[in-house]
Design a protein around this ligand. Structure first.
Ligand code: 2BA
Length: 107
């Protein structure tokens, strides 16, 4: 068994959860915050059998869109001045980790 951790945009979270559930995958939805943008996102935890991992990842990928965000990076000018420079970054569709599960119990 594997544990999938998938970080997706909040706007895609309900659609991702629906397709996972419809396909028979159990999932837990957690509210999370991206460390870089410091904006809300959603992290799914899903325990899946080894031979189902690719299907779960495909469903997540098909339902999580890439987005462009503008952030403001602070740049130093000389010793004292700083100014916020607009910076375009691409976020998502999904950041996915797959971990081995040593033991799985429902008690
Ligand atoms: P954030 O950390 O808020 O990152 C949002 C987007 O900002 C990232 O999109 C990436 O395009 C950009 N970014 C992140 N760190 C950067 C940096 N040091 N310099 C320049 N740009 C940077 P994604 O890569 O699609 O990541 C989306 C979210 O997935 C992240 O939100 C974070 O919550 C999670 N994530 C991404 N990589 C991760 C990792 N290695 N470990 C844990 N969580 C991760």
């Amino acid at each position: 068994m594997k544990l999938i951790l998938a970080v997706v945009n909040d706007d895609d979270a309900n659609r991702v959860l629906s397709v996972l559930n419809r396909a028979g995958f159990g999932a837990t939805k957690l509210a999370s915050t991206g460390g870089y943008l410091k904006a809300g996102n959603t992290t799914f935890i899903s325990g899946v059998e080894d031979d189902m991992v690719d299907q779960a990842i495909a469903l997540i990928g098909q339902n999580a869109r890439k987005r462009t965000r503008i952030t403001h990076d602070t740049t130093s000018i000389g010793a004292f001045n700083t100014m916020a420079m607009p910076l375009e970054i691409q976020v998502g569709g999904a950041t996915v980790f797959v971990l081995n599960v040593e033991r799985f119990e429902k008690l």
